[in-house]
Design a protein around this ligand. Sequence first.
Ligand code: SAH
Length: 315
Amino acid sequence: MTFTAQILTLYPEMFPGPLGISLAGRALEEGKWTCDTINPRDFTTDKHRSVDDTPAGGGAGMVLRADIMAAAVDFAVERMAAVIRSSRAQSRDGVGGESVSTSLDTNGEGALATVRGAPDSVSPEPVQGRLSLDRRGSTSSPLTVSNPQHPPILAMTPRGTPLTQARVRELASGPGVTIICGRFEGFDERLFEARDIEQVSIGDYVLSGGEMGALVLLDACIRLLPGVMGASSSGDDESFENVILEYPQYTRPQIWEGRIIPEVLRSGDHAKIAAWRKQKAEEDTRLRRPDLWERHRDAPDQSPSGAQEKDKDKE
Ligand code: SAH
């Protein structure tokens, strides 16, 4: 199934951006994932199309309005549900290819998404972007924000839970993700009270907007989608996959500026190489990331992947 990425952003031109080239770009061309943007500005009602307002209680900057952002989120939920319904219908009916197209048409009365199915697969079904599926109710399998089957809705914020490889793996194994990008001072907190939204941070630093975070998150997911990476590099033995960091890597030339690749890696003895890598991975994690090392010690079953043999070891 195609992984569906929806991004709520005031800067839709930033997508797919760097994800349009290399590994992710090829996967996009091959239909392994789709990238659609929704602009919260299309859900405004005033003539200035304002999405933000001054912070309650005073202070610098502007805050993204809960009502506007929620309207865009509800539209995204509808759209994602329609995409998934259509994709399920296609696999049921054995119809292949891309068949759902959505368009956002602002007419002052509210945004309208028109979802069209492939001929003979899904009947055209207009959905009202401003209504949540909950309020519309009734489909045979309602995919609402509160339905655990609904793909997660994430908001980029430094106040969120730090993103981990484990979470990335979970997201990549699902049907898709909706990502809300903040700007200015961030979001009106009531958005998170009123909608089921996971707040995600990509690190302890402040960006000017959530778009870079969304690109980071999507890049991490896309490389894990089936068929995106080469068969020999499943990603299973990389940093964080087994809690700790990866062992150091080397490649030709064998001697560079008087530095020689460690002898063990040139020995051809795979057991020895695996043991060396395990030891290096543990040593580096202990020194560079004591936080990870502690977690690794608390979960002793997760042996460092440095002990695994890799095709590329075989010269
Ligand atoms: N006033 C906020 C920062 C706002 S930065 C605060 O101090 O918490 C503007 C937007 O950039 C945020 O709404 C968020 O979407 C994005 N952003 C900034 N830093 C981020 C981070 N570390 N992780 C994820 N998103 C981030």
